[in-house]
Design a protein around this ligand. Sequence first.
Ligand code: VG1
Ligand code: CO
Length: 559
Amino acid sequence: MGTRNQPTSVLESGIMKIRTVTTEPFADQKPGTSGLRKKVSVFRQPHYLENFIQALFNALHDLPTLTLVIGGDGRFHNRDAIQVILRMAAANGVGRLIVGRGGLLSTPAASCLIRAHGANGGIILSASHNPGGVNGDFGIKFNVANGGPAPERVTEEIFRQTQTIRQYRIIDSDDIDLSRDGEVRLENTRITVVDPVADYAALMEKLFDFDRLQDLLGGGMFNVCFDAMHAVTGPYATAILERRLGAMPGTVLNYTPLVDFGGGHPDPNLTYASELVEIMAATPAPDFGAASDGDGDRAMILGQRFFVSPSDSIAVMAANAHLVPGYRGGLAGVARSMPTSQALDRVAKRLGIDCYETPTGWKYFGNLLDSGRITLCGEESFGAGSSHLREKDGLWAVLFWLDVIAARRQSVEQIVRAHWRDYGRNFYTRHDYENIDANVAHDIVSELRTKMATLSGKTIGGHQIAKCDDFSYTDPVDGSVTQQQGLRILFRDGSRIVYRLSGTGTEGATLRIYIEQYVADSARHGDDPQTALAGLIAAANHLSGILTRTGRGGPTVIT
Ligand code: VG1
Ligand code: CO
């Protein structure tokens, strides 16, 4: 076993040593919306990574019986960090580690491997949609045995451990060779290096009609452009779209994962995925465009000169799920994060199923999926997923859309417009003010909170306010309560303004303003959302004083 690998011989020559290193706690190791995210320079401080990993191991029990999946999105520090984690896992006596070849795993593929191998959890090295490189961000997410992000009680326990940590354990050894599949032992820890794509691709084949997709993509009549943004989905999209389904070579752009994502910002939205946006805006353009984020759990869907709002995307997927083999049996229920538009609620109503409203972050969907209450769920931030995994899944969403297109033989735009005609249109936009002064951001939010107490009954932007609150969620499965998840102004006609501070940034603060208004009249469905929502946008800006308080001319990103 593992005889061809260097570490075995190191072990045999007996020069490995478990060291116990003395350390001091760092105050700032509290995981946010999706794991611990910091600047690379923060993570590279002596002991910083080690402290967090030891805190994680301290929060787990029976380490020798555990199997953990490990991989990352290939960003700067991925390579070094993974070696440290392997050495610490061995020093702590973790039973088995399943590692993606090259240290790579997309977030959905990690979730898939945890489930496929019955592992107890996984460590994903990623700061997702945040920029990478030596001056960029790094991150660590911990997933549990269902394959999903650790629930709050687990992240709280890890954080608690980081605050009292005094030592960590690590082994001195050479780097483990992660370039080839196979198995090695490091002390008592069995380390298996696996193909990062195989299990995931097999799962996709179970859910979608690959013959139909092959007809669509391999015929040369339907062109796809998938921008992997030099992040982790390149190998997945190339293997599945080009090699397996016969899409033209060159379908996948920027397919090599690079440590700095080629200097880009792997956040698939209209601002940062500008290369794809330009390609899809040209004449002629490919029939279908998509881009995914750093760790592959998000996807932006575009038609020819047509943008699909992520909230609409989830609603369209739910309404068409019966056309996709993996979902032919029907949807048990659906869920969306609170700021996501209510387009999904309309589909659920028509289908006669429940639609749950959760706080932002995938961890809140876990219990609903595990208990069989829901089959499909999503967020306005370009994340959609289903019971096939416990993470949002970018390439899955792309395959889902393509399978629906293959079944309906209609363009992206035709499908979305037909959906609006059928259900009405929930006009939606999100304005992000990135990297604003943290004190200013907190002042804005606390003043809004005070102001909101006096707003109910008033009319702003031409809409009468029914109620204002700070969103709070009680999990229907375990009864856990999560508070202060976003300030909501709810209007009588169903329109909404929501203010929320991001929990994934690493610099200053990011204020997100979410605005929604339902329009039944199909004559207005072609309007530009910024125009259709102008009244509410102006009201939201005025109420928060965002422009004057920050001195900004407008949002950093408009979705
Ligand atoms: C953002 C999104 C949220 C998503 C989270 C993680 O969080 O709004 O919907 O679940 O990122 O996505 P926040 O707190 O910045 O709004 V990923 O793809 O960065 O792991
Ligand atoms: Co992501």
